[in-house]
Write a protein that binds this ligand. Structure first.
Ligand SMILES: *Cc1c(COP(=O)(O)O)cnc(C)c1O
Length: 362
């Protein structure tokens, strides 16, 4: 059986280091807002090339806190790709803002920059780009429209730790960025965790206070904040993993190149990339008209796959108000996509097995 993702095997590689760091947290008696948090946030900001990083409870909260800190609400509109994971959209709704869905570019799966302008109204406040599947959104046009219309650019970088656009890391491509460190992400914790990166000092101070009961210093509350913090254990685990992120992403890239070179079944459409060296392949998504058949066939051959995602947000019960809206590109993507196993611990042998199974289908 080739699992879609073997988290135990991924973390086992760093067993000794993790045990030591977790033990040190245990011994310190300090489980929140301590040294590990400070260390990891400093390292992650350096990695992304930003001035600031704030650790928060999870990826959804990271997006939501940014939107709140900018003061958006009351029906303000935020542009977001229609094919994203629903968390990006929930973060907008949670703040009383209106998500304005825009179709993706079917070659990058990121928002189609050419469709942003027509979605802008006098109520538009921000563009939330999502670096989906591990590839950075092509930002040039996004920056241009945002500058022209005075909009904030927020990144949902939950699937793209380490990805780059023109030599700059995601997390440093907009006004503020949200990361998830959910265990299955390229940089994953051992539970829920998230982060916010930015170069904007005022935004950093505000999200930091909002995430800590609206407090700027102890028992002094300037906002009706929330509790959304990164704990010491997760920060320690993430700091260990961060040191290996580039190597892990390089291995993902190698596997992706192997798949792209050797999968030759004409019924399968392979993913494209506009910059081979900059993609971090959070998932390796192929397209197939008979997706469900292919998935069952692979399962019979001991290969576990996944679908990112089976149902688009506008067809979910949570957004029944959008049930009649139509986003044909998004809907076609959701009908056809299938994610093959990819991870830094997948062996060459397993990769060959997946390729062989796919090439002998039909
Ligand atoms: C995982 C993910 C999130 C949410 O992160 P959590 O840590 O699970 O809250 C948001 N956006 C995208 C694109 C994601 O993949």
């Amino acid at each position: 059986m080739i699992p879609f993702l073997d988290l135990q095997k991924i973390n086992e590689r760093f067993r000794a280091e993790m045990d030591a760091r977790i033990g040190a947290v245990l011994d310190s008696g300090r489980y929140l807002q301590g040294e590990e948090n400070e260390k990891f946030c400093k390292h992650f900001a350096e990695y992304c090339g930003t001035k600031y990083c704030l650790g928060v409870a999870n990826g959804l909260e990271a997006i939501s806190l940014i939107i709140r800190a900018y003061g958006f609400g009351n029906g303000d509109e935020i542009i977001v790709p229609a094919n994203t994971f629903i968390a990006s959209i929930l973060a907008i709704s949670q703040n009383g803002c209106t998500p304005v869905l825009v179709e993706p570019d079917p070659t990058t799966y990121c928002i189609d920059p050419g469709r942003i302008e027509e979605a802008i109204t006098p109520r538009t406040k921000a563009i939330l780009v999502v670096h989906l599947y591990g590839q950075a959104t092509p930002m040039e046009k996004v920056w241009e429209v945002a500058r022209w219309c005075g909009l904030k650019v927020i990144e949902d970088a939950a699937q793209a730790h380490g990805a780059m656009y023109r030599g700059k890391r995601v997390g440093n491509l907009g006004d503020a960025a949200a990361f998830s460190f959910y265990p299955g992400k390229n940089l994953g914790a051992m539970g829920d965790a998230g982060g916010i990166t930015t170069n904007d000092a005022a935004l950093y101070e505000k999200v930091k206070a909002l995430a800590n009961y609206g407090s700027d210093y102890k028992y002094h509350h300037i906002y009706k904040g929330t509790n959304s913090r990164l704990d010491e254990l997760q920060a320690a685990v993430l700091d260990v993993r961060l040191a290996h992120l580039d190597a892990d992403n390089a291995r993902r890239r190698e596997i992706a190149r192997f798949y792209r070179e050797h999968i030759t079944n004409s019924l399968i459409t392979l993913p494209e990339t506009y910059d081979e060296a900059a993609h971090v392949w959070h998932v390796f998504v192929v397209r197939c008209k008979e997706r469900d058949n292919l998935q069952q066939y692979l399962r019979r051959h001991g290969i576990e796959t996944n679908i990112h995602y089976p149902t688009p947000p506008h067809k979910q019960g949570a957004y029944s108000e959008w049930a009649e809206q139509s986003y044909p590109i998004t809907e076609e993507i959701h009908r056809e996509v299938l994610s093959l196993p990819i991870s830094p611990v997948l062996t060459d042998e397993e990769v060959r097995e997946v390729i062989h199974a796919i090439n002998t289908w039909k």
